[in-house]
Design a protein around this ligand. Structure first.
Ligand code: SF4
Length: 360
């Protein structure tokens, strides 16, 4: 039996594969890889449902002292500096709540003037007005930034934000490869601190998600290095509800001359993630960066969630990328992929098995 046949057998038996084996999957034919990834998805989710959530991303400021090369969102990149006022933030959440939305992602730049009280004040006011809204907000970089600016430990920052009402924190990992991070985001936290934030959140019983931004000049081995960090943290903590890969969109960034990753790259990353990340239940199709049609294909290659019907998002849209979709498009797209669309909450619990009736 060849090494490839042995690996195929291992995957179909639902066994864990090594980083070296995962890297070899990038050389497989796309249909063969997709079949293996879809089988692993079916072992975990035989029901064939694909979830989505009604949420809103509120990018409350783009003033950021990190000024990463791959970011088109921060002030001085493509956009003028801005800070949303508290009433503006509240009005956006009111609109979301009136449409049945259940989750808000507050995300900002690393504002040099913000301290812990600015964040806890925002969280407390939102939670007091909208107790039913889940705040899946900020990022590991923002938490580390708050700790440094406020001269507090990470644990204290997490405690205070949790007391104020923060429910969970998106993983916002970029690429967990320090060779790349030191080039494209030298003022942002490194891999070790990202892991420390996850450990701190875990100590407080909070959940997170893991993401991956690829196409930043990394090798295939470094893509697996990222996935290995995520799998290791999940083995240790079980903190991740989902994994969300997306490609780097170079337009309007300082890395504008970078050739964007291809659709085939994306589908391979989704499939390899599904197989390698055997301890994460939900793999999201990144429709915002990859477009709806490619996201639909990802549902046949291991992905089983569509993420949010976002009412607002500025970070990706600042690059000029950023598909737009409403609930009706999501439902059609999932059905046309041969799956059953379900509306879910932040914990991936199904809220509605017949979301189409909400369109009437
Ligand atoms: S990616 Fe985040 S930390 Fe980096 S410049 Fe953009 S907003 Fe700031």
């Amino acid at each position: 039996m060849t090494a490839k046949e042995r690996l195929r057998k291992k995957i179909f038996a639902g066994k864990r594969i090594s980083p070296g084996e995962a890297e070899s999957l990038f050389t497989w034919d796309i249909l063969e890889l997709g079949e293996a990834a879809d089988l692993r998805r079916r072992l975990l989710h035989p029901a064939n449902t694909v979830g989505f959530i009604l949420d809103r991303i509120i990018n409350f400021t783009n003033i950021c002292e990190a000024a990463c090369d791959f970011c088109a969102f921060h002030a001085r990149a493509a956009l003028k500096p801005y800070v949303l006022s508290r009433p503006e933030i509240i009005a956006k959440i009111e609109e979301l709540a009136s449409k049945g939305g259940t989750q808000v992602m507050l995300q900002g730049g690393l504002h040099p003037g913000y301290r812990l009280a600015d964040y806890t004040g925002m969280v407390r006011e939102i939670k007091s007005r909208f107790p039913g809204i889940r705040l899946h907000s900020f990022s590991p970089s923002e938490l580390a930034h708050i700790a440094a600016k406020s001269s507090l430990t990470l644990d204290r920052v997490v405690t205070e934000l949790q007391d104020a009402g923060l429910d969970s924190v998106p993983g916002a990992a970029d690429l967990l490869v320090d060779r790349i991070r030191s080039k494209v985001s030298p003022r942002k936290i490194g891999t070790a601190m990202w892991v420390e934030v996850m450990r701190s959140l875990h100590r407080h019983g909070m959940r997170s998600s893991a993401t991956m931004t690829y196409g930043l000049g990394e090798t295939a081995g470094e893509r697996i290095e990222h996935l290995a960090v995520v799998r290791g943290v999940q083995d240790e903590t079980g903190i991740f509800r989902a994994f969300i890969p997306w490609s780097f969109s170079p337009k309007h960034t300082r890395l504008e001359s970078t050739v964007p990753a291809t659709g085939l790259d994306y589908l391979k990353i989704v499939a390899v993630s599904r197989i390698f990340l055997d301890n994460i239940r939900y793999i999201q199709a990144g429709w915002l960066t990859e477009g709806l049609k490619l996201a639909q294909l990802a549902l046949a290659m291991g992905a089983n969630d569509m993420g949010g019907v976002l009412m607002e998002e500025k970070v990706v849209r600042a690059t000029g990328a950023g598909a737009k979709a409403g609930m009706a498009e999501f439902i059609d797209l999932i059905k046309n992929a041969g799956k059953t669309p379900v509306l879910r909450d932040s914990d991936y619990k199904i809220l509605d098995r017949r979301p189409a009736r909400r369109l009437k």
